[in-house]
Design a protein around this ligand. Structure first.
Ligand code: AMP
Ligand code: MG
Length: 407
């Protein structure tokens, strides 16, 4: 068989990131917008605060009427938060007022209740009032029409208050890709099913669903199919019918006698199969079905599937969601060294220890890409360049954390 040139993994990742497109924007209720990227600038419909209001529970006065400690004024009434009356303060009187209530016309200071006797008929002040004290001025936070969040902002909890307060019920966002997962293999059974000789549990379906969610996207459907091209085609049709924006398959892309992804797509124009200079994760497929839905065909071994998701699929899905594809690598120091494969980039599972002086990495589990025990104790993936054949204690390496959002 002719030797095929293996593609460097970064080139392959770049190819996928360059091929996908951001999803068209939609309106979403502010309460559901978290995690999405704003598709347009958002400006304030009205000023914040919308009216002068009290920063304290206390008394609204004219400062000139409370020139010295010991002053007593009659109390005209009480203004709770949410009171919609237009209240006027007559000279020589005070209104009791609560935090957030509109300051009455004519008042220029709030004296907090702790500096008074708390009276309801009349009130005695322990301090002189100073004009402007404890009044939150209309527009003091945000002016009407001002830009509150620029397009491209990924909406986190901290952005929600200003969006809601600026007068919007919905905002235009890039939606989260809805991803359909298809596990291929005649040997697979669902978790909980009895196994016959030669059968195994489908671990990739639930794992990839968890990865999709962990990376901040949505799961459209989790499916399983047998080892024929027709079975794959049917599962892809079902994924499209379920409204999937992207499809991830696992298994059926290597060199065996029953490779259903290849049976379904090889020789066609939709999906291209590649060999990557990476361990694990060498055989990969990528293309578009129904012209615009990306299909990522990952190898079947669970560790290979996980690694392929993290380094190839997640960056592409981030682009579809309007985000940067960039992986947020951290730097770690090798605690115990290991040997790495020749001429292939290794994505090594590592355990990370966080000490005062940084992150320290130790290999977790053996090199086999079927080993799930070592995977569960790994909390990072180390990217070891192809030229390196041995990692030594003290080396500085790039690691992506597996417990966060996979960025
Ligand atoms: P394949 O790429 O289909 O040849 O699969 C490679 C190895 O991964 C085989 O040992 C498969 O049984 C195993 N495998 C494939 N798909 C899954 C899956 N969904 N869950 C667990 N193991 C799988
Ligand atoms: Mg298979």
């Amino acid at each position: 068989m002719a030797a095929t040139r293996l593609l460097p993994p970064q080139d392959y990742a770049d190819r996928l990131v360059g091929a996908v497109h951001r999803l068209p924007s939609t309106l979403i209720a502010i309460g559901d917008a978290h995690g999405r990227v704003l598709a347009e600038d958002v400006t304030a419909r009205h000023s914040l605060p919308g009216f002068d209001n009290s920063a304290m529970d206390g008394y609204a006065v004219r400062a000139a009427d409370v020139p010295a400690p010991g002053t007593t004024l009659p109390v005209a009434g009480v203004i709770p938060a949410g009171d919609t009356r237009q209240v006027r303060l007559e000279p020589g009187t005070a209104w009791q007022i609560m935090t957030g209530a509109a300051v009455p016309d004519g008042a220029d200071a709030i004296v907090q209740v702790e500096h008074t006797d708390g009276g309801t008929e009349q009130v005695r002040f322990d301090v002189a009032a100073v004009a402007g004290t404890s009044i939150r001025a209309a527009g003091g936070d945000v002016q009407a029409g001002a830009l509150v969040l620029p397009a491209g902002t990924r909406i986190g909890a901290r952005h929600v208050p200003v969006l809601a307060a600026s007068g919007r019920a919905e905002v235009p966002v890039v939606p989260l890709p809805k991803v359909a997962l298809i596990s291929t293999g005649d040997e697979l059974r669902s978790p909980g099913e009895e196994l016959d000789h030669g059968q195994i549990i489908d671990t990739n379906g639930p794992m990839l669903a968890a990865l999709v969610r962990q990376a901040g996207f949505e799961v459209a459907r989790v499916d399983r199919c047998g080892d024929t091209g027709d079975a794959v085609r049917d599962a892809v049709d079902a994924a499209l019918a379920a409204g999937a924006d992207a499809i991830i398959t696992s298994g059926g892309v290597s060199a065996g006698a029953f490779e259903p992804l290849k049976a379904a797509f090889e020789g066609g124009t939709e999906v291209e199969f590649s060999k990557i200079a990476m361990q694990p994760g060498k055989p990969q497929g990528f293309g578009f079905v129904r012209t615009d839905v990306p299909l990522f065909a990952l190898p079947g071994n669970p560790v290979s599937s996980l690694v392929s998701f993290v380094v190839f699929v997640a960056p592409a899905l981030r682009v579809m969601a309007g985000r940067s594809p960039q992986i947020g690598w951290m730097t770690a120091t090798v605690a115990d060294g290991w040997r790495t494969p020749d001429e292939r980039t290794q994505l090594a599972r590592v355990r990370l220890e966080h000490r005062g002086d940084g992150h320290f990495a130790t290999a977790s589990g053996g090199p086999g890409s079927h080993l799930m025990g070592g995977l569960s104790t790994a909390d990072g993936l180390a990217w070891i360049d192809a030229e390196i054949d041995e990692v030594r204690a003290g080396d500085r390496i790039r690691v992506i954390g597996l417990d966060g959002e996979l960025v």
